[in-house]
Ligand binder design. Structure first.
Ligand code: PNS
Length: 163
């Protein structure tokens, strides 16, 4: 059984994350989306909101081998707890590489048996990030097509209220 864990802040989960997730769901028997519970990062969307949007998206996309959960502490400990042998990450551009290289080095040091698999983002999503979505939505710009359609209305209204 090949199990992968797809970690992130997902504040909020974007269409770029969905692209990576679809690829991972096709490769692994089970994929756990692991939402980082770290208040130091001061997320805009609460853990409850992020998980319920992710669950709605899993249902809407029919991703029957994908689960979601929150984690705090070390990612490799969470991976071991759920039986994941692989960490899944997306790469958009060369600028992501440095950050991912560092995370990988730390995780390898902590647990050399857990490997990270990377999916290149589609070029159409290379500019897309959760922080772009928050900024565009918060300033009244259109975020349609940047987040999963089933969550678009909720995110749009929620970010507009932030203004
Ligand atoms: O969405 P992000 O912020 O790029 O995700 C970063 C994440 C969650 C993968 C990273 O911060 C993480 O794994 N945090 C958990 C703490 C940990 O394991 N640290 C050691 C590796 S940096």
């Amino acid at each position: 059984m090949k199990i992968g864990v797809y970690p992130g802040s997902f504040d909020p989960f974007t269409i770029g994350h969905l692209d990576v997730l679809r690829n991972a769901a096709g490769l692994f028997d089970t994929v756990y989306i692991a939402v980082l519970n770290n208040n130091a990062k001061s997320p805009v969307f609460s853990m409850e909101e992020r998980l319920s949007m992710i669950d709605r998206m899993i249902d809407a996309e029919g991703l029957s081998n994908v689960r979601s959960g929150a984690f705090s502490g070390l990612l490799v400990d969470y991976a071991k707890q759920i039986g994941a042998q692989y960490i899944i990450r997306g790469l958009r551009a060369i600028t992501d590489f440095d950050y991912e290289f560092q995370i990988d080095a730390v995780n390898r040091h902590l647990d050399p048996e857990i490997h990270t698999v990377y999916f290149m983002a589609s070029p159409a999503h290379s500019f897309l990030s959760s922080s772009n979505v928050r900024e565009i939505g918060g300033m009244g710009g259109s975020i349609e097509g940047l987040v999963p359609q089933c969550n678009y209305q909720y995110i749009r209204e929620r970010l507009a209220r932030q203004k």
